[in-house]
Ligand binder design. Structure first.
Ligand code: 0A1
Ligand code: ZN
Length: 881
């Protein structure tokens, strides 16, 4: 485990290395405890660099076995080799030389899952961000692009399949039960994109003919016997390849494209050139074992990794500060893909909900950082919602500002100008400036400045002057190490809506530049005057969520109700209803704290009923509208002095009120939505299931609810319905005979399927109430649970700490204590997963004082542990700072 050195990496310190490595030849002789890696590197001194410049290579826990330069052994006096670094004091005077390095690794004991490791006896690698240095000494940084040739030798029994990046070039027998395969990747790439897989895996094969008529062989490799479960992923891959040709003009460039699913993986998946490695959760699916959400995630992640081939691989990042260059852009691309494959409006609402749930709290807490950070201690901790999700929103805003055509011209220029480069955010912004002639310098602050901007907006109408005025004021809150903020360029899409939901025309506008329904907010304060407006319109603001900001709008409740029924922008219509729900929940929270029973306006519960019944709206949209804001969302809107129990009570009260007011209608609709057709994972069928399942959640609080949910569970023909019913029983009827029976039946049926058991862990870890701390503790001893498997840890401990407000934040602090101990236990094996878990405590300062004190003690107990990893120390210290 890499312990903290206290070193801080700074963007301003970037400089190219003195050396390049244009070619890398690797030979792996695989064995679980003593794999030998021979790296033959062509090293080249950069022009202008002194011949006396030492060559300093990165390592991480390496054992050096042999080192030669141009075929001659390097003398001990001419070098310094530690597990974490290799220095050659005086490399040869010739500009180019050959450096041979042999290292020995023990993949079977690698529980950090970085570098070369084993997952269920399959050898695999994970090199982003700095895992390659756990394989051999190298210039392990993204601006060192090298052409790789890889030879893998293994026992044929143990590893009949041998894969690496690029195209296969050779294979054969070596005698004594050994065999080999060689791969060559003609595209120069950084070391973080290197990959190797060796093992016994089943294959699903297919092919794709590209735009220019080349045939690409496609392979998805999974645990033998599970090939059929990769069918949806394969279909998603082919759709992704086609879409990237149509939407971005991007064609695939190798003869083969392989995907391997492994069951131990730190993240979702990895875009290694020509050999994507996936967490099997994002590959394996059928109706029996996967939910509609799983299918949608598979489609999105397959697309994401595939799209990286151009945005990440062909054009990579100069350094890790530029991570958003590939991630924000690729998330934007996968969002657009999903929007085209599914319902655009529903997709947008879901994206915004995710952004608010994950990125807003990050941006508003101690871990806030710019989309392009300027410093880091541990880069693994910067694979964040800010870099990914906000990074995607920034790209979306560029498109909004430029318009679709100029945006596409900018993207074309990006691919043309930077193919083969390790590029920067400045390069990216420049292509859009050059393609459109616009000045994006103020806009670029979105990359450089942390924090969620706020817009305070009020309106006035002067009927005599036929003038409607919007007063808009921007502010950006201070964030760690950035107390003073500069004014941003915020593209605010809007609509003025009159009676009947028709757009209101205006004859002129002044006070801000307004183009195509977008107000360009650039100053601290704008008075935007619309002339020729006879009647007071309702204003629909931040349509389509055109900017990732918070709004404080002074708006009449009547207008909100009006917008929730009539806004022609689907996102804003959803937003209007969601705002009404949030306002009602916050009011109820205050009533509960004051010892009162909350009462909800009849027109709110009626509106919920009419949205549910509105056949002009797609079912998936109605399901999203009926999903009450989550407890954490409500907490974020309240802001401080949070009492999670009171929030929970407020939310339950509203769910009960809506269900009670609409019982018969919900019940009738629930019956009508029962799916009689053959199962299909398509978005439309999934939408009907989503609506029916949310209705079940409301009806479960009504008389006969437990029996209804139990019936739903028993008659379910797919995992979406089964898991939804199980969650309803476990959450709404905790401890009831129906819940106990269903949990046991589920365990019996799926006990040997780890991915399905993850759902069982998740459902139990999210049961509200103080008792769940004990349930989760007990489940850590369940035979299907393992502290060494990231999916299991995330399902049980991650769900408990980030999706169970009343239990994790138990008033006596027991949730925090258990959590702190568990984080330290996970850290011994896997520091990266532990550090990510620990972020669950990032909003501790918004809790009420007693919980705040207990959360702080738990954080301090982690911080005080000995030999903390760089990963965990970085998170905990920033959280406490
Ligand atoms: N580049 C991947 C994310 C990723 C990052 C680090 C990993 O190793 C620990 C794995 C994957 C993506 O964006 O999908
Ligand atoms: Zn990515």
């Amino acid at each position: 485990m890499r312990t903290d050195t206290g070193q801080v990496f700074k963007l301003e310190d970037y400089r190219p290395n003195d050396y390049l490595i244009p070619q890398t030849n690797l030979t792996f002789r695989l064995s679980p405890d003593a794999t030998h890696v021979t790296a033959l590197l062509t090293v080249e001194r950069r022009d202008g660099v002194s011949v006396s410049a030492p060559l300093v290579l990165d390592g991480d826990g390496l054992t050096l076995k042999r080192i030669e330069i141009d075929g001659k052994k390097v003398k001990p006096a001419d070098m310094l080799a530690s597990p974490d670094q290799l220095t050659i004091f005086k490399p040869p005077a010739a500009r180019r030389f050959q450096l041979l390095i042999e290292t020995e690794l023990a993949p079977a004991g690698n529980e950090a899952l970085m570098g070369l490791y084993r997952s269920s006896h399959v050898y695999c690698t994970q090199c982003e961000a700095e895992g390659f240095r756990r394989i051999t000494y190298f210039l392990d940084r993204p601006d060192i692009l090298s052409v790789y040739t890889v030879r893998i030798e293994a026992m044929r029994d143990e590893a009949p399949l041998l894969l690496s990046n690029g195209n296969p070039v050779d294979k054969g027998d070596l005698g004594d039960g050994w065999h080999y395969a060689s791969w060559h990747d003609p595209f120069p790439k950084p070391s973080y994109l290197f990959a190797l897989v060796a093992g016994n895996l089943g294959q699903l094969a297919d092919s794709f003919v590209t735009l220019s008529g080349r045939t690409v062989e496609l392979g998805i490799y999974v645990e033998p016997g599970k090939e059929k479960l990769a069918g949806y992923a394969m279909d998603a891959l082919k759709r992704s390849m086609k879409w990237d040709e149509e939407a971005f003009g991007r064609e695939y460039d190798l003869d083969v494209f392989n995907i391997v699913a492994v069951s131990d993986f730190n993240m979702g998946a990895m875009e290694n050139k020509g050999l994507n490695i996936f967490n099997d959760k994002y590959v394996l699916a059928d109706q029996e074992t996967a939910t509609d959400a799983d299918f949608a995630n598979i489609e999105a992640i397959i697309a994401h990794e595939y799209f990286h081939n151009w945005t990440g691989n062909r054009i990579t990042c100069r350094d890790w500060f530029q991570l958003c260059l590939k991630e924000g852009l690729t998330v934007f691309r996968d969002h657009e893909f999903s929007a085209d494959q599914r319902s655009r409006a529903v997709k947008r609402i879901a994206e915004v909900r995710t952004l608010r749930a994950h990125q807003f709290p990050e941006d508003q807490g101690p871990l806030a950082h710019p989309v392009r950070p300027r410093r880091y201690r541990e880069i693994n901790n910067f694979y964040t919602a800010t870099v990914y999700e906000k990074g995607s929103e920034v790209v979306r805003m560029i498109r909004t500002i430029l318009g679709v055509d100029a945006f596409r011209a900018g993207m074309d220029l990006y691919f043309e100008r930077h193919d083969g480069d390790a590029a920067t955010i400045e390069d990216f912004i420049k292509v859009f400036e050059d393609a459109s002639g616009r000045d994006l310098s103020q806009f670029a602050l979105w990359y450089h400045q942390a924090g969620t901007p706020n817009l305070t907006i009020s309106s006035t109408h002067n009927p005599a002057a036929r003038e409607f005025t919007l007063e808009i004021e921007q502010s950006v809150p201070p964030t760690p190490s950035e107390s003073r903020k500069r004014l941003m360029h915020i593209p605010l899409a809007f609509g003025l809506i009159g009676a009947g939901g028709k757009p209101v025309a205006y004859s002129g506008v002044e006070g801000a530049s307004v183009e195509d329904g977008v107000i360009h907010v650039r100053k601290r304060r704008h008075m935007v005057r619309f002339s020729g407006v006879a009647e007071r319109p309702a204003v629909s603001l931040n349509r389509g969520f055109s900017a990732p900001v918070t709004l404080a709008v002074e708006q009449k409740t009547d207008d909100q109700f009006f917008l929730a029924r009539h806004d022609s922008d689907a996102f804003s219509r959803w937003q209007a209803f969601n705002t009404l729900l949030t306002d009602a929940l916050i009011a109820a929270f205050r009533e509960i704290l004051g010892g009162k029973q909350p009462v909800f306006a009849a027109r709110l519960t009626e509106l919920a009923g009419s949205i549910a019944a509105d056949e002009t709206l797609e079912p998936a949209y109605r399901a999203l509208a009926l999903a009450l804001p989550g407890e954490a969302d409500i907490a974020r809107d309240i802001g401080r002095n949070i009492d999670p129990d009171a929030i929970y009570a407020a939310r339950e009260a509203l769910a009960l009120a809506i269900g009670t007011a609409n019982r018969d209608a919900f019940s009738g609709l629930y019956e009508r939505l029962a799916d009689k057709a053959v199962f299909s994972p398509d978005a439309e069928s999934a939408g009907r299931r989503a609506l029916r399942n949310i209705l079940l959640d409301y009806l479960a609080l009504q008389p006969g609810g437990a029996a209804l949910a139990a019936g739903h569970f028993q008659s379910a023909t797919n995992m979406t319905d089964r898991a939804a019913a199980l969650a309803v029983l476990a959450h709404r009827h905790h401890g009831s005979p129906e819940a106990i029976k269903a949990l046991a039946a589920f365990e019996t049926t799926y006990g040997s399927d780890p991915l399905v058991m993850d759902k069982w862990f998740q459902i139990q870890a999210s049961v509200p109430g103080p008792q769940t701390v004990d349930t989760v503790k007990a489940l850590t001893s369940h035979p299907a649970f393992s502290m060494g498997n990231p999916n299991r840890v995330r399902s049980l401990i991650g769900t408990f700490s980030s999706a169970n407000q009343t239990s994790f934040h138990r008033a006596d602090g027991e949730g925090y204590w258990f959590f702190a101990q568990t984080v330290l236990e996970v850290e011994k094996r896997n520091p990266q997963v532990a550090a990510r878990l620990a972020t669950a405590l990032r909003s501790w300062r918004s809790l009420e004082p007693l919980r705040q004190a207990k959360a702080r003690e738990a954080l301090l107990s982690i911080a005080g542990a000995e030999n903390l990893s760089a990963d965990l120390r970085d998170i905990v210290e920033r959280t406490l700072a």
